[in-house]
Design a protein around this ligand. Sequence first.
Ligand SMILES: Nc1ncnc2c1ncn2[C@@H]1O[C@H](COP(=O)(O)OP(=O)(O)OP(=O)(O)O)[C@@H](O)[C@H]1O
Length: 230
Amino acid sequence: MLDVQNLHSYYGESHILHDVSLQVKKGSVSVLLGRNGMGKTTTLHSIMGMVPPKKGKVVINGREIQGQPSYQVSKAGIGLVPQGRRIFPNLTVKENLLTTYRPVKDGWNLTKIYDMFPRLKERETSMGGNLSGGEQQMLSIGRALMTNPELLLLDEPSEGLSPLMVREVIKIIKTLKEDGLSMLLVEQNLSMASDLADHVYILNKGSVVFDGSSDEFDVEVRNKFLSLSS
Ligand SMILES: Nc1ncnc2c1ncn2[C@@H]1O[C@H](COP(=O)(O)OP(=O)(O)OP(=O)(O)O)[C@@H](O)[C@H]1O
């Protein structure tokens, strides 16, 4: 489904991603872990075309899309749930959802989003900026689904949420996976990551230092690559 090959990305002169390769198999969840500032968001933004990589390939369903603008990447079937949710605060819930709508036969539409997130239906006419953090996260996921993606990139969806809301987000991701959606999830919440992952990648200073199945992602690996002193 997604094949990222030997990606190098920069901010100006700063070389941030060094030869990053990762995959997401169809219908599976790959999780990208790493401490703060290691390049997780930059990886997602490089895939989305927001930070065009200088070298390397991004292949979705056999088609190379590296260097294409974000709207083309979105058309190719990749949706992003950005870090910090990025809701339009001065648009209503309904308007937020309709901004990204890309109709597909038997795909997501307003009715299906409201079936999955009844709370969004209740708050349909509320301004995005007036929603709680949890509601905004639902809206951010719903808005990305309205593009009818085949692959969803999620950037720390549990950030700043209560434990109850984190459980809700986990439930949603599991439901989406059962529906066949492929996902690349960036997370800091390790228990959430291990609960959802089929495959785990760890980034350290812009390089992939661990690439293994969820079974291989054991305590030893966690201590080695994710402890504060590593
Ligand atoms: N717009 C930017 N311009 C310059 N440097 C940036 C920019 N955005 C991020 N960086 C730098 O790139 C590196 C990787 O940042 P990135 O946000 O990808 O890390 P991350 O692993 O997602 O961290 P976090 O969990 O804190 O979001 C960091 O050193 C960061 O300071």
